[in-house]
Design a protein around this ligand. Structure first.
Ligand SMILES: Cc1ncc(COP(=O)(O)O)c(C=O)c1O
Length: 370
């Protein structure tokens, strides 16, 4: 029996009828950009996250970028980002003309280490972008305290964490603003590119609504130099169908993670995810760590188990960032993580029995490797 890493078709077909109805509704409405569907989803998502506003945008990268831009961050400014993240977090700072300044993560949780942030702050620092990596919230309380002490802004990168909880509050309601991606493979995924920003800040929300739409609040009146980064009606309608299913699907992911936790505990050389008691992750990914990661991945493939690596090369070693002048060894924690992490199959396409099969396969693979 094979277990695929992810099966988006199976996940979406569970709601086939409702999705088709929503798509037909948009088709027949004759209104495709910034209309009732976007408004309805924005309200539903803001209320889900517990924020005053949600602003639909084209994708997750734009969501982070537009927030930084709305705060006036630009050339000469520095933005603190995790050394261990998907490159989009860094790109958002770069697209503003600012410099991403990497800070290493906590080993156990893989998330930005608040204890290291203060040392990276300079007179040019304007903002911090903590990432809730793999679906688990970064330690936001100390990060917000540091930001308050230094007059910095904080935008959560919640691309992987729709629904995650931190000390009783949801991702999206923890920073001054939060950015979400609804890329199809995310816990809340559209059928194409989509994103949103959440915030309690009325002024920021208005500025973002203007920025995403050519800098315009009134058609053909342009107040600021804006962008075209809008969530479209079709994706909004699809997301409105999928949002009510999110908590159930996240609970299913948690059950799968519990099977992995139990069945993989104590295997030699295998490091399991660490969950501090103040978070409730949504298991966008279940990531294990092993010194012989590539051999383990190959052995699992031979046993019919799909895996992926999130991510193989840290941003500071990507050719895109050669101009920052970093070299191997500059961020050893992130580099070791990138060498050793392996994501096991995870998602609402899976049964608990399949998680058991994956766990058995990991066990067998590790015995064969030793
Ligand atoms: C941590 C993180 N930030 C940002 C993004 C960017 O999102 P998008 O692909 O929607 O631009 C992603 C997803 O791809 C991500 O995983």
């Amino acid at each position: 029996m094979t277990v695929s890493f992810l099966d988006l078709k199976a996940i979406n077909l569970v709601q086939q009828e409702e999705l088709e109805q929503a798509m037909r509704r948009v088709l027949q409405s004759g209104w495709y950009i910034l209309g009732k569907e976007v408004e309805a989803f924005e309200q539903a998502y803001a209320s889900y996250c517990g924020t005053r506003h949600a602003i639909g945008v084209a994708n997750g990268l734009d969501a982070i970028f537009l927030v930084l831009k709305a705060w006036g961050i630009g050339p000469g400014d520095e933005v603190i980002v995790p050394s261990n993240t998907y490159i989009a977090t860094w790109l958002a700072a770069s697209h503003c003309g600012a410099t991403p300044v990497p800070v290493e993560p906590v080993e156990g949780t893989y998330n930005l280490d608040p204890a290291r942030v203060e040392a990276a702050i300079t007179p040019r620092t304007r903002a911090i972008v903590p990432v809730h990596l793999y679906g688990q919230c970064a330690d936001m309380e100390p990060l917000m305290a540091i930001a308050a002490r230094h007059g910095l802004k904080v935008v959560e990168d919640g691309a992987q964490a729709q629904g995650a909880m931190y000390k009783g509050r949801r991702a999206g309601a923890l920073g001054h603003a939060a950015a979400f991606s609804f890329y199809p493979g995310k816990n809340l995924g559209a059928l194409g590119d989509a994103g949103a920003i959440t915030t309690d800040d009325d002024d920021l929300a208005l500025r973002l609504r203007t920025l995403r739409n050519y800098g315009s609040q009134k058609k053909y009146h342009n107040e600021i130099i804006g962008f075209n980064s809008r969530l479209d009606e079709l994706q909004a309608a699809i997301l409105s169908v999928k949002l009510p299913a999110l908590d159930g699907q996240n609970a299913q992911r948690a059950q799968l993670a519990a099977v992995y936790d139990e069945r993989l505990a104590g295997l030699p050389g295998l490091v399991l995810p660490v969950v501090p008691e103040w978070t409730r992750p949504v298991w966008h990914l279940y990531v294990v760590r092993h010194a012989r990661r590539d051999a383990l991945a190959r052995a699992l493939a031979d046993l019919g188990v799909g895996t992926l690596v999130h991510y193989p090369i840290p941003p500071h070693l990507q050719p895109a960032y050669t101009e920052l002048g970093y070299k191997e060894g500059d961020f050893p924690i992130a580099e070791a993580i990138h060498r050793e992490v392996l994501s096991l199959p995870m998602g609402p396409h899976m049964t608990l029995e399949q998680a058991g099969i994956v766990a058995d396969a990991v066990r067998t693979a590790l015995i064969n490797l030793s």
